[in-house]
Design a binder for this molecule. Structure first.
Ligand code: ADP
Ligand code: ZN
Length: 731
């Protein structure tokens, strides 16, 4: 893409990070602008920051009405591949390009010239805050020093963390116990030493060589398809090492960056420097610096969740999407996109290879391999001779748990054996809280969220009821709101807390921990769980899908799946695929070292293809059947889907607009529109919802059809229309 230089007196088109625009502006004589430059421009009474865009301005626009660009920011220009990517994502998702641009300039402060950030650090001569010498430290000073041990920080932040006033921190600086420093200028700096060479086994060597061949050779997409524990991470680290050695940047997308403590530690061990972790918990001042250093090419390896896709890499050389099948890569609000698919697009614009890694690749990716669009590299066996765990089903119809309990006799016996042998066990149930439903024993009334079509979930650890969709929380009422009976509520069904309670009652001496997004708030908490597990401070870990994610626990030999059927309920077209992926990943946690692993699935339908595939370890057969089923029904990846969700507080209005869209729906070769119908989640956060589903064959220009259709109906501002291309959620 040529950078079109503007000559004085000319005009430019500027994209703003807003729903509106782009707009044309006059370029003042003294200013020399090129596409990608960040500029300040007037918009109504305000001044906004935007980017000089590639499209030519409208030559017919009345010059006297054209406002001038106010100035150019001293920041690295947005490069052509990123601008192209922004436009492409906007067209694909039917979003205003400005809202996509907003994701690519999410840190406005980063566009300001960087100021050195003053911080304070623990000085060498400071007293040990844990030492209990009377008279040396006041409690406030002790707290500050304790906090300072965790690392250098701006003085204000340190004072806040220690819960003291600024004067206490200043006092410690004056005493010489804290010293002022500049915060490190570089994040993800080039490593201090050469990467440790991995001693790859022959399969891994072959896989790594295949990836290395792609590095530096332009755009390509490769599926790294290997069973759990086969060393996929080791293998793609080779490609990262080669990319860094070539002086380029690497981007690794992980589904849940907060859960990635082990990954980060492994990276640092291998490369001698931590990568830049891009996530929502990054404090503001660090965000701006990191963003800028990525734009300047100084931050070299970036690991992040979805949003890292929109970072301004200066010299990207490789993209990796780990656990590519994960639904967490689907961004469900704002601009709705799938980060795995968009990673491939970004790599194409940057002309670099992208590696998709998984032990349970998505049908979408497998279909692309079949079509020859993606390459495939395989790792068929676990590293170091570890065997894949034995999987057996427990038929709950034949050996049910005792009434009101959830662990069946065979699972109880297996837990007892594992504990006896000094090994660790994991109980998996993909349900947070104590019980998914609470009802009144007297009248049958069910406690429901006042704002959503959803039951309230009891969380005993926090002593309250919660809606998992909108965050509503309330204490358990003493009186039934329907029949006024007192203390009449009973918990129905299991959540992880209830399973932990049952396990504790069975094994009073066992150390039991619950790992869910409620108990693991961030990277530090996740790291603590992993450490406690590795140090054998936990005998039985009870958890939700959070435990399925890439952790490596050498002493874990037993995995019990409390309810293997949960994910199969409901009409989601990917229910089978997703259940299989999740359960297979959970099963993969067992027996990753010398001791063999064992997995027990509690199910009411051992004859279901998902259960049979898990027990037989027959992935190929399951995928072939699933694929045939999708092909017959023309579901993705063989046909295309788009969902339209209309929502608003005024139900009648939402309904009317939905019907109007339904009436003008496109009909014709290869296109079918289902609905409108109330969404499964008919009310969410107090907004009424109607859905339409567009099914099309792969030959249809789905976006074009949608654009023409939606242009015919004016949507009032009280109704929101969300367009979800390739939907994964059908709620
Ligand atoms: P995957 O990502 O396929 O699940 P990992 O890369 O996490 O597999 O590897 C599983 C475990 O085996 C890790 O603890 C890793 O350090 C170890 N491992 C894999 N390959 C090797 C190797 N070549 N040498 C030593 N350890 C290895
Ligand atoms: Zn709710």
């Amino acid at each position: 893409m040529a950078e079109s230089r503007s000559s004085p007196g000319k005009r430019v088109r500027v994209m703003l990070p807003l729903r509106l625009g782009p707009y044309d502006y006059a370029v003042p004589e003294a200013l020399d602008l090129a596409a990608g430059d960040f500029v300040r421009v007037p918009l109504g009474p305000r001044t906004e920051t935007g980017v000089v865009w590639d499209e030519p301005p409208d030559p017919a626009f009345e010059p006297s009405r054209l406002k001038p660009v106010r100035g150019k920011l001293d920041a690295p220009a947005m490069r052509a591949p990123l601008r192209g990517f922004v436009d492409w994502v906007a067209r694909y998702t039917l979003s205003p390009p400005g809202t996509v641009l907003r994701m690519a300039m999410s840190v406005p402060a980063a566009l300001e010239p960087p100021k050195p950030k003053r911080a304070v650090a623990l000085a060498a001569g400071a007293p040990d805050p844990e030492l209990d010498e009377p008279g040396v430290l006041t409690p406030a000073r002790r707290r500050v020093l304790r906090e300072a041990m965790a690392g250098a920080r701006p003085p204000g932040e340190l004072a806040r963390a220690a819960g003291v006033g600024a004067a206490v921190v200043k006092g410690l600086v004056d005493k010489g116990w804290l010293e002022p420093i500049d915060l490190p200028a570089d994040f993800g700096a080039p490593p201090s030493r050469a990467p440790v060479l991995a001693d790859l086994n022959p399969d891994q060597r072959a896989a790594a060589d295949a990836l290395l061949e792609k590095c530096g050779a332009g755009f390509s997409t490769t599926l790294l398809d290997g069973v759990t524990g086969s060393g996929k991470t080791e293998v793609y680290f080779e490609a990262v090492a080669a990319t860094l050695a070539a002086g380029k940047q690497a981007l690794v997308l992980l589904p849940e960056i907060a859960m990635s403590a082990q990954w980060l530690a492994r990276f640092e061990e291998r490369f001698g420097a931590p990568p830049v972790a891009w996530h929502s918990e990054l404090p503001g001042h660090l965000r701006a610096r990191v963003w800028r250093q990525i734009a300047e090419g100084r931050a070299r390896t970036v690991v992040g969740a979805r949003s890292a896709l929109f970072l301004p890499f200066r010299d990207l050389g490789l993209v990796v999407v780990d656990e590519e099948h994960e639904q967490a890569f689907k961004q469900e609000d704002g601009t709705i996109y799938h980060a795995r698919d968009m990673a491939v697009v970004r790599a194409r614009f940057e002309a670099v290879p992208v590696v998709l890694a998984s032990a349970t690749p998505s049908l979408e990716t497998l279909a692309n391999v079949e079509r020859g669009r993606y390459g495939r590299v395989e790792l068929p066996a676990r590293h170091g001779g570890a065997t894949l765990p034995r999987v057996a089903a427990i038929d709950l119809r034949k050996t049910p748990p005792p009434r009101g309990r959830f662990l069946s006799p065979p699972l109880r016996a297996a837990l007892a054996d594992a504990l006896e042998a000094g090994e660790q066990a994991m109980l998996f149930l993909n349900r947070r809280g104590y019980a998914p439903l609470t009802l009144c024993r007297a009248c049958g009334h069910r406690l429901q969220c006042p704002r959503c079509t959803a039951w309230l979930v009891e969380h005993r650890l926090h002593g309250r009821l919660q809606c998992h969709h909108c965050g509503y929380a309330a204490p358990l009422p003493r009186q039934c709101p329907s029949c006024t009976a007192e203390d009449s509520f009973v918990a129905c069904g299991p959540g992880v807390e209830r399973v932990a309670e049952e396990a504790q009652a069975l094994f009073p001496d066992a150390k039991i921990a619950v790992m869910t997004s409620d108990t693991v708030a961030g990277p530090a908490a996740a790291a603590e769980f992993v450490r406690a597990m590795a140090a054998r401070e936990i005998d039985i870990l009870v958890g939700t899908q959070i435990v399925a994610k890439g952790h490596h626990f050498p002493l874990l030999t037993l995995v019990g799946i409390v309810d293997a059927d949960i994910g199969l309920a409901g009409g989601d077209l990917r229910a089978g695929e997703r259940s299989w992926q999740l359960l297979h990943q959970v099963a993969g946690r067992a027996g990753r070292a010398e001791r063999p692993g064992r997995v027990l699935l509690q199910t009411h339908m051992p004859e279901h293809p998902v259960m049979k595939a898990l027990v037989a370890g027959d992935r190929a057969r399951f995928l072939a059947a699933e694929r045939e089923d999708r092909r017959k029904r023309n579901w993705p990846p063989f046909g295309r889907l788009a969902a339209l969700v209309l929502s608003g507080e005024d139900e009648a209005l939402v309904d009317r607009i939905a019907k109007r869209l339904g009436a003008t729906a496109p009909r014709g070769a290869g296109v079918e529109v289902l609905g409108p119908a109330p969404a499964a989640m008919a009310i969410l956060r107090g907004r009424h919802r109607r859905r339409l589903l567009v099914k099309a064959t792969r030959e249809v220009d789905l976006q074009g059809v949608l654009r023409d259709w939606l242009a015919q109906t004016q949507i009032p501002s009280a109704v929101r229309l969300a367009v979800d291309i390739d939907p994964y959620s059908f709620l």
